[in-house]
Design a protein around this ligand. Structure first.
Ligand code: ADP
Length: 387
């Protein structure tokens, strides 16, 4: 078919497709979810893909606010955001697209890729949301590829893995030496002659030297992490948390978990290395999910708040069994784990990252019944308080 023929054909076939049902039939062929809302956020059309993804029939949601499909805090913040956009044109999602989370009818939260288009018709204005479910692992791997690259999680962990091996090897030498010197000293003391006491003193000196060497090796590990690329910039804490949540909920890991976020708008702009802070949030959420694996009631809450001296405080709280006593005694130390396949490096990395941001990290019992990790990071200095 020539171009001219095509041109003359196309308008006719599309002009015929102007009834609401025909338009809907077309929308239903879109494999992702498609949700059309008016300028007040009231749902006007809910495609078949959307019905499958969210578990609502179309008639149940027509006229409802689209925020129904969002977990907190987006749900509460949605109207305000829309009005701000319509007034000022300042967009955070519209025309941009991002990885975030959505809420199923059954209350579960799942990771999505969301793109929103501004729909301008002759006499009306509305929004079209295109939503792709990222819970399926293959889909997720592809969609989150860039994000994961950015996070450099895999490479960081694998370099940590090889570092751990060489660290264990290096530490083994001074520790073996300490053991040998201590044993010889003990044996020598069986006959505390002047000559032997002199030898014991030398052995003790060697012990101290070797212990110092072991300490230096551990410091080298900390320096390695601390002086790894840090790229401090003004970043949105809400966005960091949303992306980390989406990553943590990958592969259905959030199944059956009542996941909620409460973000304080006054604690949103932070001056951090976003990749590293994301790593901290991701580690804490993953740990919380793992801790609740066997729990009947699974509740996870991520909260932010502004605290004294221009810091944002982040809390990751769970309803799991709480900390293992042995682990709690050496909290934030490397190789401290209660898991058969655990490395016990996650929390020590979190600790180093938070410290290098001049923040603090600590643990408490959670109101939800399990563990609550808290950490602080610096807020960005905003001169005249504009956002
Ligand atoms: P890993 O996960 O490899 O064990 P981490 O340093 O991340 O290493 O965690 C160390 C240990 O801390 C875990 O093995 C677990 O015993 C404990 N832990 C961490 N987070 C939690 C939590 N939310 N609830 C209970 N225990 C936790």
């Amino acid at each position: 078919m020539t171009r001219t023929e095509l041109k003359s054909k196309r308008p006719k076939s599309f002009i015929a497709l102007r009834t609401a049902e025909e338009l809907h039939a077309l929308i239903d062929t879109v494999p992702d979810a498609m949700v059309i809302s008016d300028h007040d956020g009231a749902i006007q059309s809910f495609s078949r893909g959307a019905q499958n993804m969210f578990g609502y029939a179309e008639h149940e949601v027509i006229g409802e606010n689209v925020s129904l499909l969002m977990p907190s805090p987006d749900r509460e913040g949605h109207d305000q955001y829309m009005h701000k956009y319509l007034e000022t044109g300042a967009a955070k999602i519209i025309g941009i697209g991002r990885v975030t989370t959505a809420r199923h009818r059954d209350g579960s939260t799942f990771p999505i890729k969301l793109a929103v288009g501004d729909l301008k018709l002759a006499d009306q204005r509305g929004f079209v949301a295109y939503i792709r479910d990222l819970s399926e692992s293959r889909e997720t791997e592809r969609e989150l590829h860039t994000l994961q690259n950015e996070l450099a999680h895999v490479s960081r962990i694998s370099s940590m893995g090889s570092l751990a091996t060489s660290l264990a090897h290096e530490l083994n030498q001074p520790l073996t030496a300490v053991t040998n010197y201590a044993h010889s000293a003990r044996d020598l003391l069986a006959d505390p002659s002047l000559e032997n006491i002199k030898l014991v003193r030398e052995a003790m000196d060697e012990c101290a030297n070797q212990a110092l060497r072991a300490g230096q090796i551990v410091h080298r590990l900390r320096d390695f992490i601390k002086h790894g690329e840090t790229d401090r910039q003004v970043a949105s804490l809400g966005r960091i948390i949303q992306e980390a949540s989406a990553l943590a909920l990958m592969n259905g890991d959030g199944q059956g978990v009542d996941f909620e976020t409460e973000l304080d708008a006054a604690a949103d702009e932070v001056l951090v290395d976003p990749v590293q802070v994301q790593q901290v949030v991701l580690n804490l959420i993953r740990n919380a999910l793992e801790a609740m694996h066997e729990s009947r009631h699974k509740q996870l809450r991520v909260q932010t708040e502004r605290v004294a001296s221009r810091f944002a405080q982040i809390t990751v709280a769970d309803s799991g069994p709480g900390m293992n006593q042995k682990v709690a005694e050496r909290l934030f130390h490397p190789f401290n784990t209660s898991k058969a396949d655990g490395m016990g490096l996650g929390l020590s990395i979190c600790h180093t990252i938070v410290q290098s941001h001049n923040g603090k990290i600590w643990v408490e019992k959670s109101e939800l019944g399990g563990t609550a990790f808290h950490f602080t990071i610096p807020l960005a200095e905003v001169e005249n308080g504009q956002d």
